[in-house]
Design a protein around this ligand. Sequence first.
Ligand code: SF4
Ligand code: SF4
Length: 257
Amino acid sequence: MPKKNKQKRSLYQFEMLEDSIAIQKHTPETNHQESTNRVSCKKFLSQFNEPIKALNKKEYPHHNRILAFAHSLCDLVVEKAKDKLAILKMKAACEAGCDACCYYTDMDATGIEFEEIIRYIHKDMPEATKQILLKQVQEEPDLKTHGQKPCPFLIRSQGCCGIYPVRPVGCRSLLATKRCRLDVEEDTGLQTTVTLIQQAWQEMPVRAGALMVLQEQARKGKGHANINQNFSEFLVKFEQLENIKLEQLFASDDPGE
Ligand code: SF4
Ligand code: SF4
């Protein structure tokens, strides 16, 4: 019987970004523990099937349920960090409408996260939000506030995130103890919260980065991967997304599929 001509599936479903300068290749560091930290991708990921099934689909509407789980762990870690802050008699200053970090962070997402962001924009983002984001990039493509360029997914007039349910780990992990301002550089407690968040990750069954790396490797047909390789092979830098790509993304229903 002739062999079926298998069509090669791309690692990520975002053809529209293939030639974008926003995609950056990350070369993961290898270390001497590599061989001892290798696990079977499928077997390792399958141990989380039950908590993944139990995830609330309204809170985590992701098509990629492993990513939804990674993001839920990240949110849990932030809650734990807030509890630790309370013990130190401090509290988080972050609240709805507070958006300075969406200007100063120069955020990025892993390939797997960005694939989910594209799917969310096409399938779940309210039409009104898409229109706002489109208008922003068409009418004020190079807008800066205090020298900082806003994230293209920020709804500028409302100070809120247009992709909130699927925002990447970097955004989910930001926690300040003093409200950040763009016009004043000051200590907003980020160092403290970064340490608390790192401590909270130690209490988790797995790191979000490891879940993404194992999924990437499994997609590439690799049976095993290093559980300690915490970084994805590709990062998408939001600030470098070309305006023309953003327009395509917000204007069309399914350009990348
Ligand atoms: S990190 Fe800073 S700007 Fe961002 S939500 Fe928290 S306090 Fe606001
Ligand atoms: S993705 Fe959302 S939360 Fe993250 S920087 Fe952009 S607007 Fe802010």
